[in-house]
Write a protein that binds this ligand. Structure first.
Ligand code: HEM
Ligand SMILES: *[C@@H]1O[C@H](CO)[C@@H](O)[C@H](O)[C@H]1NC(C)=O
Length: 332
């Protein structure tokens, strides 16, 4: 009797220690029996979408990120507004910016035909992000699955928890820490900005702010000047808010390690890319960026590790959530 009790206590201690980490709650082949074609259906449809519009790879990756940073990876970002609940899609960081929702809708529709009420929208986002990265030449990882979908969205959470492009390094580090992610995760996941585009609105402040804040060393400054000239021609002091520039000017379509070469040269597009280097006082981040800039394999391996970690933030499993039939609405 005593022994049973002791082991129950032990189990509950262990369990409490692991409930914090979503990694423990998710598994690789969650749908192998429940819906064997799930991963193939996602993969095929992401492929078709990205072939038509290569930028969708970036957009799908970003959707997963914006989902996970607001109440965890629970597809809250996909919910449309209903009476009494404002969609996260309307929050500052997302409005006129997030894209790829139709791709998720199509995949969900096909999955409902194949195996009704089985594959969560949150898992679709995680699988789509994984496939999107690989399709642009990035690493492939074994995606962890078994998430449930939320019953609500958080407009205020989206405004609060999704980092702004003009944040200081300190704010970015804090922001990631709140999600259980460390500085190394911040740096390697920022490497996502090797694909996709940003609006003038998102990088204007960076290209018109005092130059001192945005470079270290004379050499970098000279290179940055011509880069800035190009950016200023795309994005004037006022107007043209939604003109685009690629986040990685050198190889905008490839998921590669060029982002780290860029930021080491002061050529990160967003303020948040640039401060990783310019405000890194002890040189640790610069070291990490150098390591990735000179070794793409290392970047890929670290990226895979960190995005699995990101994909496990506060996941709903068991009965706290549901499998939505339509990713835009909770089940009736
Ligand atoms: C470190 C803090 C981060 C900040 C401040 C930030 C901010 C931004 C901003 C402002 C844009 C451009 C949006 C627009 O102008 O419409 C953007 C684009 C993008 N972000 Fe981030 N981001 C961060 C981290 C991440 C992470 C962790 C990921 C993925 C894991 C990510 C993936 C992307 C992608 C792929 C795009 C391009 C999307 C597209 O072309 O549709 N970002 N980000
Ligand atoms: C960042 O940009 C927002 C929106 O343009 C602005 O309200 C805020 O003051 C800026 N923050 C910093 C630190 O510059």
């Amino acid at each position: 009797m005593e022994r049973v009790r002791l082991s129950l206590i032990l189990i509950s201690i262990l369990f409490n220690a692991t409930t914090l980490s979503g990694v423990e709650l998710l598994v690789h082949d969650y749908y192998r029996e429940k819906c064997p074609l799930a991963e193939d259906i996602v993969r095929h449809n992401v492929e078709v979408a990205v072939l038509k519009d290569p930028r969708l790879a970036a957009s799908l990756l970003r959707l997963h990120f914006h989902d996970c940073f607001v109440m965890g990876c629970d597809a809250s970002v996909l919910l449309d507004s209903v009476e009494g609940m404002t969609s996260e899609k309307l929050a500052g960081p997302n409005l006129n910016s997030l894209r790829g929702f139709e791709v998720i809708d199509k995949i969900k529709y096909l999955l409902e035909e194949e195996c009704p009420v089985t594959v969560s929208c949150a898992d679709i986002l995680a699988m789509a992000a994984r496939d999107a990265v690989e399709l642009r030449g990035g690493p492939r990882w074994e995606v962890l699955l078994g998430r449930k979908d939320s019953l609500e969205s958080s407009f205020s959470g989206a405004n609060l928890f999704i980092p702004a492009p003009n944040s200081s390094l300190e704010i970015l580090i804090d922001n990631f820490k709140q999600q259980g992610l460390d500085v190394e995760d911040l740096v390697v996941l920022s490497g996502s900005h090797t694909i996709g585009r940003a609006r003038c609105l998102s990088f204007r402040q960076r290209i018109y702010e005092a130059k001192e804040e945005y470079h270290y060393g004379y050499d970098r400054y000279k290179r940055y000047t011509s880069f800035r000239r190009i950016l200023r021609s795309i994005c004037p002091v006022e107007g043209r808010d939604s003109k685009f520039a690629p986040l990685d000017f050198q190889t905008p379509k490839r998921f590669d390690n060029h982002y780290f070469i860029n930021i080491l040269q002061g050529k990160g597009l967003l303020g948040s890319d640039n401060v990783l280097i310019s405000q890194d006082l002890d040189g640790k981040i610069r070291e990490q960026a150098w390591a990735y800039a000179s070794n793409q394999k290392l970047f890929f391996a670290s990226f895979a590790k960190s995005i699995i970690k990101m994909g496990s933030i506060s996941v709903l499993t068991g009965n706290e959530g549901e499998i939505r039939r339509n990713c835009r609405f909770v089940n009736a």
